[in-house]
Design a protein. Sequence first.
Length: 235
Amino acid sequence: MSASAPTSALVLFSGGQDSAVCLAWALQRYERVETLGFDYGQRHRVELEVRQAFLRRLPEVFPRAAGRLGDDHVLDLAVLGAISDTALTADAEIAMNASGLPNTFVPGRNLLFLTFAAAIAYRRGIKHVVTGVCETDYSGYPDCRDDTVKALQVAINLGMESRLVLETPLMWIDKAATWELAGHLGGASLVDLIVEDTHTCYLGDRSERHAWGYGCGTCPACELRAAGYRRWIEG
């Protein structure tokens, strides 16, 4: 069944904090919202498990989702993990490369994700693709930058003869503002759901629950999430 083009969106929902906030953001704006996740051999594959719990519970705590949350899609991109040699797809210590980028950078990941998302959106009659990339509080990944997304949107629309819009609601806000946006969109209940049923830790560690959620507390992803939460709480 095709979604109604002007009032529908496809959200890249990994199971992490940023994409969860983007999902709530899209549900406030579009009459029908579908979700898309990727299994690419990521070290933190637990995100694929918690995303299902989040999707199940979301309509209970975020009434806007009731009747608007549509199909969920998960694509197998194991080939991406197979050709990657990164700390995000292998059991390696997280460190900085000589290039200045952390070795958690998976080359081409967001480019592929958005291209596959565009193909699904095209087939489903959806005109808006929403992703949680950001170049404010981030690890320096070049495929998270605004220029990259804008250039990719041009290429996709030329290659598909379409007018697809790549939406990046978090592009210019930091992690504290992302927590604030979650509270603005869905109050304490949505914030609590994000804390409990999303996953950010690069190591896939859910053995310890912190005020900001589960994680090792020391990897770059945990540090960004924790620091943003503290800044938000402290006002």
